[in-house]
Design a protein around this ligand. Structure first.
Ligand code: SAM
Length: 304
């Protein structure tokens, strides 16, 4: 299977959990373990690492890059919660949302919680992190992972995000939302199955996912003190990405897109070039999409 082969060739990424350790300490640990540190990557070619080599990512300061066959599931640093095994692209949403410590944040579709623990690390465990998920089993896994990662600022709820009341007093200070809703997963190269393409069924599924994603987005923008919302999917389909954002901006003129990382190599499809895309050839990650929406102050003033 061609897709699986492509997945096997992707580097392995590790996010250093700054709630428990530092990048320097983790680098030292791996060096003492016998791995050879190549410094910070500067180009895509620097991601072609040999078996015992590792490097620091050039875009995300807390991400380390290893060769494709590396497996840290049994490693002490993973079991102790010092490192999180997370694809580089999936580290983008929390990094770009960048909520300051002490604020109130929502992670709308949170389980199994890799982005939640990343948000907590950025917030230094200070503030409140409301995390919702519909799936009780995934939420239970998430509790274990957050405990291991030393996250303490979370409030988990087994709840449909679409039924969370934005006007409830407990969410009155929410300023940041991370929305990573269910999607087709078409960016996950190891999951892509292009042999049984039932086109019509796929189209219906995409349309239904896109409508759910748009409802979640519109709902996320309804929190009264919201400043920024980051939207992400591991889909490569325009229908779940740029099309959802375009429809949302049309329905919410008080919000606009924030231009993201000028140095990032793959942009959202025209005209949404403020957004980021990721993929096997451009960023050596799984396929991914990120958009950051912010409240447009002038539109706010116009209403008053
Ligand atoms: N953000 C997670 C992470 O980084 O670990 C991955 C989230 S996954 C892409 C989407 C999640 O949305 C699933 O766990 C699913 O159970 C949850 N979900 C689907 N519909 C939902 C809804 N209406 N409200 C809350 N969660 C929902």
């Amino acid at each position: 299977n061609v897709q699986r082969a492509a997945g096997d060739r992707l580097p392995r990424y590790v996010r250093v959990n700054t709630l428990k350790t530092t990048v320097e300490d983790v680098v030292d640990y791996f060096k003492r373990d016998g791995l050879s540190y190549q410094g910070q990557a500067a180009r895509l070619d620097d991601f072609t690492l040999k078996e015992a080599e590792f490097a620091r990512d050039q875009h995300l300061p807390e991400v380390l890059v290893f060769s494709p066959k590396t497996d840290f599931h049994d490693h002490f640093l993973y079991k102790a919660g010092h490192i999180i095994l997370q694809d580089k692209a999936s580290c983008l949403p929390a990094y770009l949302l960048n909520p300051p410590p002490g604020r109130h944040i929502i992670d709308a579709c949170a389980a199994p919680g890799n982005k939640t623990s990343h948000l907590a690390a950025i917030m230094k465990n200070k503030g409140k992190l409301f995390a919702f998920d519909l799936d009780a089993k995934r939420l239970a896994t998430m509790s274990t992972l957050l405990l291991r990662a030393g996250v303490t600022c979370q409030q988990l709820a087994n709840q449909d995000f679409l039924k969370v009341d934005p006007d409830s007093a407990q969410y009155k200070d929410v300023e940041y939302v991370l929305l990573d809703p269910s999607c087709s997963g078409s960016g996950m190269v190891c999951l892509r199955d292009n042999t049984s393409a039932d086109q019509e069924k796929d189209q219906a599924r995409l349309a239904s996912l896109a409508s759910f994603q748009l409802r979640c987005l519109n709902h996320g923008l309804r929190f009264p003190r919201l400043k920024r919302l980051v939207y992400s999917t591991c889909s490569i389909h325009r229908q779940e990405n740029e099309d959802v954002i375009t429809a949302c901006l049309q329905q919410n003129p008080g919000f606009r897109l924030v231009p993201l990382l000028a140095q990032w190599p793959e942009r959202g499809l025209e005209p949404l070039t403020q957004c980021l895309r990721a993929g096997t050839t451009t960023t050596r990650t799984h396929g991914f999409f990120v958009a950051l929406l912010e409240k447009h102050i002038e539109a706010e003033n116009m209403k008053q």
